[in-house]
Design a binder for this molecule. Structure first.
Ligand SMILES: [Fe+2]
Ligand SMILES: [Fe+2]
Length: 181
């Protein structure tokens, strides 16, 4: 994560703490874009990650407006499911703050511990840093296991890749909405 994104990410975290309860509109949105099996994955996320994922989807919805040039249903689904890999370790708010701090201020150590960790590692740092670093791949594997569309799996798996000029527009939109929410 870039240093200049740190305050934005931190503010977004604070915001979702105060609005993590799902509304009737949220539930209707989730039902509209996710199958029953996909909803099970979504609800396995912590309340904070559910709110973050919904806010990511709503930001994309706002940007697309009424006449989207990309297929919104797949994009909303990807936004709702993009962080499901985090559900493997049930990251709490404090874990989220800790990993942002370590990856921001000491990336070599964060990467060293993450690369030697696992979702069920006994060591706290190796568990949370591994899950954070590899959640796109973990999430893509979960999505594959319930046969989510390949285009959605692609977005889940690549949502933390650095921007590239030849990437699909959907991936750019998802990355930007994710970073702001
Ligand atoms: Fe993510
Ligand atoms: Fe995210």
């Amino acid at each position: 994560m870039k240093l200049d994104l740190y305050p934005t990410k931190f503010l977004a975290m604070l915001k979702i703490v105060f609005q993590s309860r799902l509304t009737d509109e949220d539930v209707a949105f989730i039902r509209e874009y996710l199958t029953k099996q996909e909803q099970i994955l979504f609800y396995a996320l912590t309340a904070l990650d559910q709110r973050h994922s919904l806010n990511t989807a709503y930001a994309i919805q706002e940007w697309l407006g009424k006449k989207p040039k990309v297929r919104p249903d797949k994009l909303y689904k990807a936004a709702l499911l993009h962080d499901i890999g985090k559900a493997r370790a049930k990251l709490r708010l404090i874990d989220r703050v800790n990993q942002v701090l370590l990856f921001t201020f000491c990336p070599p150590l964060a990467n060293y511990l993450a690369d030697r960790g696992a979702v069920d590692h006994r060591g706290y740092w190796r568990r949370i840093l591994y899950t954070y670093k590899y959640h796109p791949r973990l999430g893509a594997n979960l999505a594959k296991s319930i046969r989510v569309e390949d285009s959605v799996i692609y977005l889940i798996e690549n949502h933390h890749l650095p921007e590239s000029t030849d990437e699909p527009r959907e991936l750019s939109l998802l990355r930007e909405a994710d970073q702001l929410n």
